[in-house]
Design a protein around this ligand. Structure first.
Ligand code: NAD
Ligand code: MG
Length: 372
């Protein structure tokens, strides 16, 4: 039995992972299940998967969760610190599937504890990539990418880290590829908006830069409406390897959960004859400036990506709340990035400070726009 903790268990990625666990129940022992505020769903999952502990992010819901699980052996905790403590519990694998920088502290705690992490929570890597990768190198934790493009690159590299598999010079190009509009994937609210602005691709560029450090100029974005090829890796001899699969997140999640083995999934096998054609086009950076903003932010480095990510999280939340228009999302991010570059972060606390200041700045612009 492998010990698995699932952070963000009630979300789209978390539920997909638990769907896989459900199909091979005896292979897994669930250590932690967490959610932000949905006590009823967390309690339901806790009854089904009997984790050692269920953690609710919202501290005001501690009593509610305790009552909901009173007749079980599942431990109960609440609040941001409890999430961090739970992330340190011994596990073979921690699935980091909280959305936003709310996932940063628990993900870092798991990495620092030396736990292998299946990483879906891209915002944590965008905000604190250098610190996370350095922590993983110190503790020996492996970061297994769950994001479909990065999981595809990981598979095309025959698994394992870049430096362990082939010298960096052996790679000419790494190309994350995915559709702009998403009739193909069903996802959480925030990443759906990020997909529509192309910010998702920009965040993924930063994510790829940290996971596969081949140099920014060798990471290309390619628009591919069918979402069948998830990424390609081009080697020095111009041999190009691609990973293909139906657009179903359970496939990259299964790859990360089972690595270095494989596990069966209930996903639809690829029917290329039925799909018939695969299309590709270069991204339109004039219509969608988000990818260029991300490229500039990571090229500048330091805390710029953290600033960008925080502004985007606030702007997307304001858009989802009906407070600002769709184009105002990227306008808000741009305005926050107009500020001077924050000092280069030396520790996680510096990232949290930049995150908080950037959120406040973004909130200020959102308030102005709303009352304009
Ligand atoms: P979601 O909104 O469906 O789920 C988010 C989960 O995080 C929920 O369980 C929620 O309770 C929890 N959460 C939210 N805020 C929290 C907080 N403040 N404290 C504690 N927990 C909190 O999101 P999702 O679509 O599953 O995405 C999760 C992550 O995976 C994101 O970073 C996203 O970019 C990434 N990702 C998702 C997909 C996808 O297909 N959904 C694909 C690739 C990457
Ligand atoms: Mg992706």
């Amino acid at each position: 039995m492998r010990r698995l903790s699932v952070f963000g268990a009630t979300g789209s990625v978390g539920q997909s992972a638990l769907d896989l666990v459900r199909r091979d129940r005896h292979a897994w022992q669930i250590v932690v299940l967490s959610a932000n505020s949905d006590v009823a769903e967390l309690a339901r999952l806790a009854r089904e998967f009997t984790p050692e502990i269920a953690v609710i992010g919202d501290p005001a819901r501690h009593d509610e969760l305790t009552a909901a699980l009173a007749d079980t052996n599942v431990g109960v905790a609440a609040g941001a610190d409890a999430l961090v403590d739970a992330a340190r519990l011994p596990a073979d694998l921690v699935l980091a599937a909280i959305v936003g920088t709310a996932g940063l502290a628990p993900t870092m705690a798991a990495i620092e504890a030396g736990c292998d992490v299946a990483l879906a929570n891209k915002e944590s890597l965008v905000s604190a990539g250098e610190l996370m990768i350095a922590a993983a190198q110190r503790s020996g934790a492996t970061i297994l990418p769950v994001d479909s493009e990065h999981n595809a690159i990981f598979q095309c590299l025959a698994g394992g880290r870049l430096d362990q598999v082939r010298p960096a010079e052996a790679m000419a190009r790494v190309t994350p590829a995915q559709a702009v509009a998403h009739p193909n994937w069903s996802m959480g609210a925030k990443i759906s908006v990020d997909s529509a602005t192309m910010m998702n691709k920009g965040l993924e560029l930063i994510e790829a830069h940290h996971l596969f450090p081949v140099g920014l100029d060798r990471i290309e974005i390619l628009v591919h409406p069918q979402s069948v090829i998830h990424s390609l890796v081009e080697y020095v001899d111009c041999s190009t390897l691609a990973q293909l699969g139906s657009p179903d997140m359970r496939i990259p999640i299964a790859s990360a959960l089972a690595w270095p083995q494989r596990m069966a999934t209930p996903c639809a096998p690829l029917d290329l004859a039925a799909i018939a054609r695969l299309d590709f086009e270069a991204p339109d950076e004039e219509r969608f400036p988000a990818t260029a903003l991300c490229r500039a932010a990571i090229a500048e480095g330091g805390a710029r990506p953290a600033q960008l990510n925080a502004a985007n999280e606030v702007a997307v939340a304001a858009f989802l709340a009906g407070r600002i228009s769709f184009p105002a999302i990227i306008d808000t991010v741009k305005r926050v990035l107009d500020a001077d570059a924050p000092a280069v972060p030396g520790a996680l606390q510096d990232i949290f400070s930049v995150d908080a200041a950037s959120r406040a700045a973004a909130q200020h612009f959102v308030d102005q726009l709303e009352h304009a």
